[in-house]
Design a protein around this ligand. Sequence first.
Ligand SMILES: NC(=O)c1ccc[n+]([C@@H]2O[C@H](COP(=O)([O-])OP(=O)(O)OC[C@H]3O[C@@H](n4cnc5c(N)ncnc54)[C@H](O)[C@@H]3O)[C@@H](O)[C@H]2O)c1
Length: 184
Amino acid sequence: MKQKPELRVGLIGSGFMGRCHSNAFRSVGGLFDLPLDPVADMLADISDEAAATNAAAMGFQRYTGDWGKLCVDPAIDLVAVTAPNALHEPIVLAALAAGKSVYCEKPLSTTLECALRMTEAAEKVGAVTMVGFNFYGRKDWTKKNLINWTWEFIHNRVTANTVNRFKQLCEWKFENLGMDWKTE
Ligand SMILES: NC(=O)c1ccc[n+]([C@@H]2O[C@H](COP(=O)([O-])OP(=O)(O)OC[C@H]3O[C@@H](n4cnc5c(N)ncnc54)[C@H](O)[C@@H]3O)[C@@H](O)[C@H]2O)c1
């Protein structure tokens, strides 16, 4: 099999969303035929100790307690930002200045002005950028908010299983009637 070019990922922040991103980078190649092969290269966190522990647990080859070093590391192609919101702007600006592609978690930043500065910087260098708008519910989030509650309901495993079971029953019924769209 032909070896694909690597996409060397530098991830900043190894909390809840950091683990989501690192899982996704590891498994995405099994789902889609990608032109590049993501490699978990370097993890940055608040200290060398935290970064070392989490890099080992999450399968990153290198680690640092200084996100600035990750942003300018010549081996890194893509900087993924899963640090707290207030750090998004300085990290993204540093990564863009170093010529990296950037994948930043939502919210892009804490104010509209910050977000506009980030957008302008990205447009200026013509970088490939993306904001992570996927939603991942957390068990400890308040249920007072109707939107949160609705999202949690939709993402609930019981709901998903019920919908999936219904879909399977429909498929089975169609198969018995000789109307299976998959085998036509
Ligand atoms: N897409 C979604 O559904 C979703 C869900 C939750 C959070 N988020 C976003 O993801 C981002 C991270 O949230 P989280 O829930 O993973 O937070 P978290 O607190 O679990 O993780 C934050 C990580 O950043 C690290 N960090 C803090 N200061 C740092 C520094 N100076 N340098 C390097 N690392 C530092 C922390 O040690 C920790 O590992 C936030 O922007 C948040 O808004 C998105």
